[in-house]
Design a protein around this ligand. Structure first.
Ligand code: BJ8
Length: 424
């Protein structure tokens, strides 16, 4: 294994504290992932990416920076990666999913803030995540109040650019988002020193659409009666999609899908016959937040899909590839991104429709609606989601949690009781 200590030191990281983080991850990954039986061989690539999570990709980013490439750190699936890649930059997702960074985030944020925000800010302040140290600029958005205010704090430590996301979905809002993308493009050109052309943007649209197509292909296997891959493994792949090199990620995911195709032909599935099928809805699960998938799947059920931004919301809907002008492409980007149904929109009936559609497509027996503590958006919208599902006689369990393991036993009990109802 390569020694990355020199790189971490050069990045100004706190090596002592970072060592503690590196010690904990292999144990957690072994317990949750490597303990699974009958995993596809193609998961070897994603195991490797996790085993070198703070090494291999950060080293690539550092090498690219030496050649003048700029790295943009993002926190929301509304930020159009296409624009960054079209300017010869690299976009990398930065949402923090570890409890390890929460205490540091709490030094500058109220404890009553969503763990995703606390961990993301904490990772930067702690100097224990190379991705946060590498990013030349952070790109925030105005999706929720917590994030909006967190950018102002983050700005005291690093350059931050904020995109203003409309909160309704009228034609005027789509046009406003297209304007925001234009302003972002100008900022990206300024930071990178490169011009975005119709040709480069068209290439970047294809690049990111290909990633979406690969993820869609992967998720289609989860619709089968006995999926050839676990929900936990699919979550890991989705999480890695945020920061891996898009070309390599697409290639490796398609390769894995080839293997899954063969597994299906051979009748290989990963679940016991009759395992109940669960669809998750709600807040995103950033790496290494595998908590609820692990609880549900170790309880004997199958997680067959996630209506989250670390799931279907990330890859659903492609950008129209037929546009030939820069303007047309920017409008196509706005159209596609405004189809993401985040709870920050009002009204947001389309999200409820999506969830019902996914229940059918993924043949879910029940829905688990997850909320990260202190996320008012998804918590409040949860009432409408759960009401709509109950009206359609779709069993639903609402859960609220954070990144700590303190509530694991209680969650296990609640999930166990829910599965019993489904099994009855
Ligand atoms: S498009 S879901 S990635 S904002 S940070 S809203 S959990 S209180 S992450 Fe998100 Fe974009 Fe929407 Fe998706 Fe709540 Fe926490 Fe806010 Fe969060």
């Amino acid at each position: 294994m390569t020694d990355y200590r020199k790189m971490w030191e050069d990045l100004g990281m706190d090596l002592e504290t970072h060592d503690l983080l590196c010690e904990a991850l292999p144990q957690a990954f072994g317990d949750v992932y490597l303990s699974q039986k009958n995993r596809p061989e193609g998961m070897g690539y994603y195991n490797f990416v996790v085993s070198e999570i703070h090494g291999v990709r950060p080293a690539e980013l550092v090498e690219a920076q030496k050649k003048g490439v700029k790295v943009f750190g993002t926190f929301c699936v509304y930020v159009p990666d296409e624009v960054v890649f079209a300017a010869g930059g690299i976009a990398t997702g930065l949402c923090g999913g570890s409890q390890f960074w929460v205490p540091s985030g709490e030094k500058v944020l109220p404890a009553a803030t969503c763990p995703l925000i606390k961990a993301s800010v904490g990772a930067r302040l702690d100097r224990t995540c190379p991705f946060f140290s590498i990013a030349d600029i952070f790109v925030g958005e105005t999706t929720c109040d917590g994030k909006k205010k967190a950018w102002e704090i983050l700005k005291q430590y690093a350059p931050v650019y904020v995109m203003d996301l409309p909160q309704q979905k009228r034609a005027k809002d789509v046009a406003d988002w297209a304007e925001e993308i234009r302003a972002f493009l100008a900022e990206v050109e300024k930071v990178t020193g490169n011009k975005v052309t119709a040709e480069s943007l068209s290439g970047a649209i294809k690049l990111i659409n290909d990633k979406r197509r690969a993820l869609r292909r992967l998720y289609d296997f989860r619709k089968l009666p006995n999926p050839p891959i676990s929900g936990k493994d699919c979550l890991l792949i989705s999480q890695i999609a945020f920061y891996d090199d898009p070309t390599r990620f697409t290639e490796m995911t398609n390769k894995l899908c080839d293997e899954l195709e063969q597994r299906v032909k051979d009748g290989v599935g990963v679940y016991a016959p009759g395992a109940k099928r669960i669809l998750f809805t709600g807040t995103p699960m950033a790496i290494p937040n595998w908590k609820l998938h692990h609880i549900v799947e170790s309880g004997g059920a199958a997680v067959v899909g996630e209506e989250t931004c670390t799931g279907i919301r990330y890859f659903d809907n492609l950008v129209d590839e037929s546009q030939t002008t820069l303007d047309g492409m920017i409008n196509a980007l706005a159209e596609r991104y405004m189809k993401i149904n985040c709870a920050c929109f009002t009204p947001n009936d389309a999200r409820v429709d999506d969830i019902k559609r996914y229940v059918k497509e993924y043949k879910a027996n029940g829905v688990v609606d997850i909320n990260l503590k202190f996320c008012a958006l998804y918590d409040i919208e949860g009432f409408l989601v759960e009401k709509a599902l109950k009206e359609d006689s779709i069993p639903v369990l609402g859960l609220e949690t954070d990144y700590s393991d303190e509530d694991a036993a209680q969650l296990r009990t609640r999930v166990g009781a829910f599965l019993e109802i489904l099994n009855a």
